[in-house]
Design a protein. Structure first.
Length: 325
């Protein structure tokens, strides 16, 4: 892989992957692994927040929490799509909101905060003016995405650097994870700033530092939450993004999903209910790269019957909504 069009240098890219690997790692640890000073890492971090929209946030793990997870396709009247996209982006239960299909389709992922909460699907959206058609695809199994980040496929870190920054992975708990009501203020603070220090988390929760550390460790080890980053792929030279709606033969669903997960162009892929049985997010440097991927690697996958490609016109929200950006 090459990133000739990137506006970020190798150290910037390494810092991004370091934060994707452990978003709460101290700058001193990252600096030691990358062989630079703490001040250099702090300065690069500030620059990435300004130039590449970098943010570190904590997300709820829908799969571990047993929550429904949906991809919405909303066909809209042209004069209403942007308003609807921004209204969805302001909601705390949405992410990856984008305008597609020439600005007449809104794509959105949503995770209801509580089991059985379908107010968005059954209440608000059907009553929203300018929405012509609603397609809701329940996500059944994630092959790539969520806690596994796309930057690892670009591999700016060496294997030794990656190993030094990767936190120990606890055994997968057998029981479903849970976020208790007492933990909600802690999770809310981390959703706003995944690198919030313990003094800030103490103020947000009213708990002692030792209790905050213990509760945060327990939540991370149960995988109820995980730390993630958002950033502009354009700053890395990847200016073309699209959603792929893939239909496979039923027997090939799992093998195709696994194969897609290994492609470096794929940032996210999951099995889904609906007319297609896989949805994937593909990122390439330009439209020529998208065509090469569709006609090459996708075209060569055994069991793929149909592919619908929906290029993004503009992203409105990744993990957080920042209207002034």
């Amino acid at each position: 892989m090459t990133m000739e069009s990137s506006t970020l240098d190798v150290l910037d890219q390494q810092l991004l992957q370091a934060l994707e690997t452990d978003g709460r790692a101290p700058f001193s640890k990252i600096a030691a692994v990358l062989g630079v000073s703490d001040q250099t890492i702090a300065r690069r971090y500030r620059r990435l927040t300004a130039r590449a929209g970098l943010r570190v946030v904590v997300l709820r793990n829908a799969e571990r929490l047993g929550q429904d997870h949906w991809m919405l396709r909303l066909r809209c009247a042209p004069d209403g799509a942007q308003t609807i996209a921004h209204a969805l982006a302001r909601r705390p239960d949405t992410f990856w909101v984008g305008l597609a299909a020439g600005g007449t389709e809104v794509l959105c992922m949503t995770k209801p905060r509580t089991p059985g909460d379908h107010d968005l699907l059954l209440g608000k959206l059907p009553r929203t003016p300018h929405i012509v058609d609603i397609r809701a695809h329940q996500l059944l199994h994630t092959f790539f995405g969520g806690p596994r980040g796309w930057l690892g496929k670009l591999a700016p870190l060496s294997a030794e650097q990656l190993a030094a920054l990767t936190p120990p992975l606890p055994p997968r708990p057998a029981a479903p994870a849970r976020i208790s009501p007492e933990d909600e203020p802690l999770v809310a603070a981390l959703e706003a700033d995944g690198r919030a220090g313990y003094p800030e988390l103490q103020r947000a929760t009213g708990l002692s530092e030792s209790t905050v550390k213990r509760r945060l460790t327990a939540l991370l080890e149960s995988r109820a939450i995980y730390v993630d980053i958002e950033y502009s792929a354009e700053a890395l030279g990847y200016r073309c993004g699209a959603t792929l709606w893939i239909t496979t033969a039923p027997a090939a669903l799992h093998s195709v999903g696994q194969a897609l997960a290994e492609h470096y162009e794929i940032a996210y892929v999951a099995a889904t209910a609906g007319p297609s049985n896989l949805v994937a997010t593909v990122v390439t440097q330009d439209t020529a790269g998208l065509y090469a991927y569709l006609s090459g690697e996708i075209g060569g996958l055994e069991g793929v019957r149909h592919v619908e490609t929906t290029p993004y016109l503009r992203r409105v929200k990744q993990l957080t909504y920042q209207p002034t950006r």
